[in-house]
Design a protein around this ligand. Sequence first.
Ligand SMILES: N[C@@H](CCC(=O)N[C@@H](CS)C(=O)NCC(=O)O)C(=O)O
Length: 210
Amino acid sequence: MLKIHHLVLSRSERIVWLAEEMGIPYELVRHLRDPATFRAPPSLRAVTPLAKAPVIEDGETVVEESSVICNYLLDRHGDHGLRPVAGTAARRQYDYWMACAESTLMYPVLIDLLSVLTQSNAPGLQAFAMGEYQTMLEHVERSLAGGDYLVDNRFSAADVMVYYTLAMAAGTAIPFPTHAPMDRFPQVRAYLARLEQRPAWQRTAKACAA
Ligand SMILES: N[C@@H](CCC(=O)N[C@@H](CS)C(=O)NCC(=O)O)C(=O)O
């Protein structure tokens, strides 16, 4: 059976959520963060030398990186309507958001979270994060105008990827006092609330709870 290694309070929730949406049976292996450093425990290093979550084991196959794991599951078990057909404009949009969730959209979130976690007070860095937050949240807000989801107005794995980045920014995925100006972006807030209504998201929240 598919083994999903879940680092509690981490991006591995994405993979549990996608498996729930697709109805794939899985075994959830929970790893607890070190309470002092918030880093992954040695049990995760036994699965991958990077000791990062998410990581899955599918028989002998080990797959890392959230977006790669999502696409692996869609390749292996069928798209379930969660990924547009290759070569279409919708697929380019999908590929864009899958990548963006862990790159451009994630930069301010990581800077902000790490500043809070390490209690460092570097004003230049914080100013950079705030500027990037504004640009990126405006971008998501505009992309949602007139639609409920990011790609072709249909729920897809790209929403699973982007949701978690935005929930980190909002301080709901990992309960840290982040500084993202979520209150300026009503479409983004409504989008998060909409996704949290999904039964598969709610099962995931229960299964992954700290
Ligand atoms: N881009 C990677 C990021 C992986 C990553 O940094 N995971 C974090 C969890 S949110 C982690 O495992 N941190 C534990 C550590 O670095 O000790 C992905 O999307 O899978």
